[in-house]
Design a protein around this ligand. Structure first.
Ligand code: G16
Length: 539
């Protein structure tokens, strides 16, 4: 039943910040998935005896791609697949399943926060035995393989029924269809004080969790409503849909509009949160109050001792370079390790495995800990609920007290989308060449202390990665420029701005960053080069 099929390479199968992400219409071309998967299998080499986890966020084409992966895995000699019921597994739950079962890796079919559907995006995140996504050294090898692929192997059988839990066999390979929620819930119960959070809801505390018609709906219903007793109706948009019901499942102030409007209305709940398509991103809101992801990481870290799993101490904390420096001050105060890495959760994996860090987070609405090797949306929400339960304070009070203690890092990200790739690359190259000469110069009253490329030297595997450009000012303000690695067409230029204030705590971030924004535009020449005088998305 095993067939070898001839194929020709696609030249666009290079992975980005987190796996392969392309338009659905690209991925559905003949042999596109087959070429990519066979290239991965070829690079892994010996597959006999190996176990992989397979699932996805339920977006369009997940069902078709999962069947292809099962049949190819069997034909290539993989011994066992662990698959989420009906093909569903969130990214954080997938990482846990890999670690718990000591699997050799896994495939989560998702384009994360990108829209789904035939006109949306599709993607594949590939993790190894660490439970985290593969390092660039491996994804580079896979890309090289995709350029010379000539054939793939597939088992010629009917589609496999993934609706029933339990064991079955396909072409000599064992398949275990599992409940994707159960292990994840157990893990969360082992980390947080569920009794305290339950008592909080019993006292009348209200929340709204927006699953954005994506994968976290079943997880959130089970945890927040069923187990913790949040009022029925607290979890909204909980049914995963192939096109996310037309939503753009990116939990930020722009795309989680429905939740934001509710939380900024007079009917607001005490607490609001949203997750993205595959459940690894989170947004935290209080009543008429937004917590930036950078502040959220710093606040969670500052309160580690309130959480049962962390109360005996944490190793350290890491953030991506583009994330604000708020957490650096917390790390100093608690005298714990502090690391700055390139954008991409995979860069945290070595730090977690070597016990250098326990927490990590990014400006892109990602927070997590070493309980798994991916960021974890529901974990972040439970962490906040646990802090609220333990302190009896609101989201706004917790955040304001944090600013009073450490000062406030005003932070805003500006995205310039759909830029011509050549224009964006040239802009970054020219800027990199120009930056060192800016040191010592003053713009709009801000003096540049140093400027140049961000280079990360991994302390564990000693690899070196260049990611983005940073301009630092003498007062602690910063501008970071990067090209996004998660888009599916064209280039997105991200400009991240930060300004620190010790005592001006209740100002408007955009107002505080007016001058820095002007400087960022003038030194990069983004308006002149792209024709865009305003960012497409501001978060
Ligand atoms: C992925 C990565 C994150 C990264 C984000 C944005 O998240 O795992 O580490 O911060 O992309 O990357 P970029 O700025 O290159 O678009 P996700 O949630 O999309 O998998």
């Amino acid at each position: 039943m095993i067939k070898t099929i001839a194929t020709t390479p696609y030249t666009d199968q290079k992975m980005g910040t987190a796996g392969l992400r392309r338009k659905s219409k690209v991925v559905t071309q003949p042999n596109y998935i087959e070429n990519f998967m066979q290239s991965i299998f070829n690079v892994i080499g010996e597959l006999k005896g190996k176990t992989f986890v397979v699932g996805g966020d339920g977006r369009y084409y997940n069902d078709v791609a999962i069947q292809k992966i099962i049949k190819m895995a069997a034909a290539n000699g993989i011994s066992r697949l662990i698959i989420g019921q009906n093909g569903f597994i969130s990214t954080p739950a997938g990482s846990n399943i890999i670690l718990k079962n000591k699997a050799d890796g896994g495939f989560i079919l998702s384009a994360s926060h990108n829209p789904g559907g035939i006109n949306g995006d599709f993607g594949i995140k590939y993790s190894n035995h660490t439970g985290g996504q593969i390092p660039s050294s491996i994804s580079d090898k896979i890309y090289q393989e995709t350029l010379k692929i000539k054939e793939y192997k597939i088992c010629d059988v009917a589609d496999i029924d993934l609706s029933k839990l339990g064991r079955q066999e396909v072409c000599g390979m064992q398949i275990d269809v599992i409940d994707p929620v159960k292990d994840y819930v157990e893990m969360m119960e082992g980390i947080f004080d569920f009794a305290a959070i339950k008592a909080l809801f019993a006292k009348g505390f209200t929340m709204r969790f927006d699953a954005m018609n994506a994968v976290t709906g079943p997880y959130a219903l089970k945890i927040f409503e069923e187990i913790l007793g949040a009022p029925k109706g607290s979890v909204v948009n909980y049914k995963p849909l192939p096109d996310f019901g037309g939503l753009h499942p990116d939990p930020n102030m722009v795309y989680a509009k429905e939740l934001v409007n509710f939380m900024f209305s007079d009917k607001a709940a005490d607490f609001g949160a949203a997750n993205d398509g595959d459940g690894d991103r989170n947004m935290i809101l209080g009543k008429k109050f937004f917590v930036t992801p950078s502040d959220s990481l710093a606040i969670l870290t500052d309160h580690f001792n309130l959480i049962p799993a962390y109360k005996n101490g944490i190793y350290g904390v890491a953030k991506s370079a583009a994330t604000s420096t708020a957490v650096e001050k917390v790390a100093k105060a608690h005298n714990i390790g502090y690391y700055e890495v390139p954008t991409g959760w995979k860069y945290f994996v070595n730090l977690m495995d070597s016990k250098r860090i326990t927490f990590c987070g990014e400006e892109s609405f990602g927070t997590g800990s070493s309980h798994i090797r991916e960021k974890d949306g529901i974990w972040a929400v439970l962490f906040w609920l646990n802090i609220i339960a333990a302190t009896g304070k609101s989201v706004e009070e917790i955040t304001t007290e944090f600013w009073q203690k450490y000062g406030r890092s005003y932070y805003v990200r500006f995205d310039f989308e759909g830029v011509d790739t050549e224009v964006a690359d040239k802009m970054m190259a020219d800027l990199e060449a120009k930056l060192p000469s800016l040191a010592g110069q003053t713009f709009e009253g801000f003096k540049v202390s140093e400027a140049g490329a961000f280079v990360y030297n991994d302390p564990v595997d000693h690899s070196s990665t260049k990611n983005g450009l940073i301009v630092r000012f003498t007062d602690g303000s910063r501008i970071v420029y990067r090209l996004s690695g998660t888009g599916s067409s064209g280039a997105t230029i991200r400009v991240y701005l930060e300004r620190y204030s010790k005592d001006d705590l209740k100002n408007d971030p955009l107002k505080m960053l007016t001058e820095i924004f002007k400087i960022a535009m003038s030194i990069s020449e983004i308006p002149e080069r792209t024709g865009k005088h305003q960012a497409d998305v501001v978060t």
